[in-house]
Design a protein around this ligand. Structure first.
Ligand code: HCA
Ligand code: CU
Length: 408
């Protein structure tokens, strides 16, 4: 796995999500959880945005987190001075370089941008903090223009340059090309950050491609929240890197906290964790079809790329459907403390398929069938072994919802 650090921007990019209005207390809660998870950096809204943003930036910088704190700033000496005054560990300077932004946003030429950078970067460096310079809308900027900007700012002494796919137009191959071109210009010592929006669904793939092409830092937010439909989601990016090197990722991050992070932020911004969110979506580790269930019960790696245990989560076999199979039924029966012969389990599976074909089915319904069948096959016996027919509670589905909910 290539070396990389996560810059979590839930408290900057994430604050630009339509539903986000974080209180100071909520920001502290999110920053503390991110720190416990192990992200290397936490990026905060510019103190120039509002007095509350300024105070909160200083408050979080003073928390004594292990993660470094960064704040975002426009490319203005005054903004950078305000940022330094908050006590953050680093300043993320950004300016638009695409013709769209140069014409319709700030109206400056590339030469003027470089001239402004020459005024601003020394101010940031004088604060003895990490300094990053990023070109907003890098993907629609002329590559030779941004390479000229990166060359100039690296000569000025920035620690990191940023590539921003502001409108989510990038593809993994294009991102890899740009990262390689930037690496060739800035040399091996300067770090490269990738910030990718998800408008076309490529944010995770692009971040992964960036890291493999030599980017050292990746921006994420919890659940991917941000402007429009947001950026690279933290859990999905971590899951992607886990595929490269599960042990390395487990050493770097406390993976079970992804669930707390996604649920905490979802609650704060008033959304559900999306059903298909990597790792934390309610059905991320649910197996349904009989063929899948059988193989997973034999060996989870048949249909699982992520081991749920590593993320503090559990696998769930959904048996209440017409797609179920007798192996899965046996497994559910064992969870309830009921034993059947294989022939009995096959018969029960048929019964469940018939019932499921006739209409909506829940796990309770399956359990009732299993208990009734158990009573029936056990009838000739006088006394059951103690506790054998005692129903056990159904295992929780990673705490998201009652098992019934997934069948609705
Ligand atoms: C913004 C734009 C930004 C900046 C990214 C960066 C983007 O909201 O200011 O600082 O690298 O997507 O371009 O989020
Ligand atoms: Cu952005």
């Amino acid at each position: 796995m290539p070396r990389f650090a996560i810059i979590d921007s839930t408290l900057r990019e994430g604050e630009q999500f339509a539903n986000a209005f974080f209180s100071t207390e909520q920001k502290i809660r999110i920053a503390t959880l991110l720190d416990a998870f192990g992200v290397e950096y936490i990026e905060l809204t510019s103190p120039a945005a509002s007095p509350r943003s300024q105070d909160d930036c200083a408050t979080i910088a003073r928390l004594g987190l292990r993660a470094k704190t960064l704040t975002h700033t426009r490319c203005h000496p005054k903004d950078v001075e305000m940022a330094l005054a908050t006590g953050v560990d680093g300043v993320d300077v950004v300016i638009g370089t695409s013709s769209e932004l140069r014409r319709f946003s700030h109206g400056k030429s590339i030469d003027e941008i470089i001239a402004i950078a020459r005024d601003v970067i020394p101010v940031a460096l004088a604060g003895n903090v990490e300094v990053r310079f990023s070109t907003e809308d890098s993907l629609r900027s002329d590559l030779s223009d941004i390479l000229r900007v990166y060359e100039a700012v690296s000569e000025l002494g920035v620690h990191r340059v940023g590539i921003a796919d502001t409108i989510g137009i990038g593809s993994p191959t294009r991102i890899a090309e740009i990262v390689s071109a930037v690496r060739a210009v800035v040399g091996p010592k300067i770090d490269i950050e990738f910030h990718g929006h998800n408008d076309t669904g490529c944010a995770v793939a692009n971040a992964w491609a960036a890291v493999h092409a030599g980017a050292t830092h990746v921006d994420t937010t919890v659940l991917g929240i941000g402007e429009r439909n947001g950026i690279t989601p933290l859990a999905a990016f971590v899951a992607r890197m886990y595929v490269d090197d599960a042990e390395g990722v487990k050493r770097k991050y406390r993976l079970p906290l992804l669930r707390d992070l996604d649920h905490t932020v979802a609650k704060i911004v008033g959304v559900d964790v999306p059903f298909n969110a990597c790792v934390t979506g309610f059905c991320a580790f649910t197996h349904k079809a009989g063929i899948h269930a059988k193989a997973v019960l034999n060996n989870p790696s048949t249909y699982e790329v992520l081991a749920p245990d590593d993320f503090g989560l559990s696998r769930y076999i959904n048996v209440a459907s017409r797609l179920t199979g007798w192996n899965a039924i046996q497994h559910r029966a064992a969870q309830l403390g009921l034993t059947f012969t294989d022939a009995q389990a096959r018969h029960i599976a048929e019964e469940i398929k018939t019932a499921a074909d006739a209409g909506h089915m829940t796990l309770d319904h399956v359990d009732a069938i299993l208990h009734a069948e158990f009573r029936r096959v056990s009838e000739p016996q006088e006394a059951l072994p103690a506790g054998l027919s005692e129903p056990k509670p159904a295992p929780a589905l990673n705490g998201h919802a009652a098992p019934e909910r997934i069948l609705a």
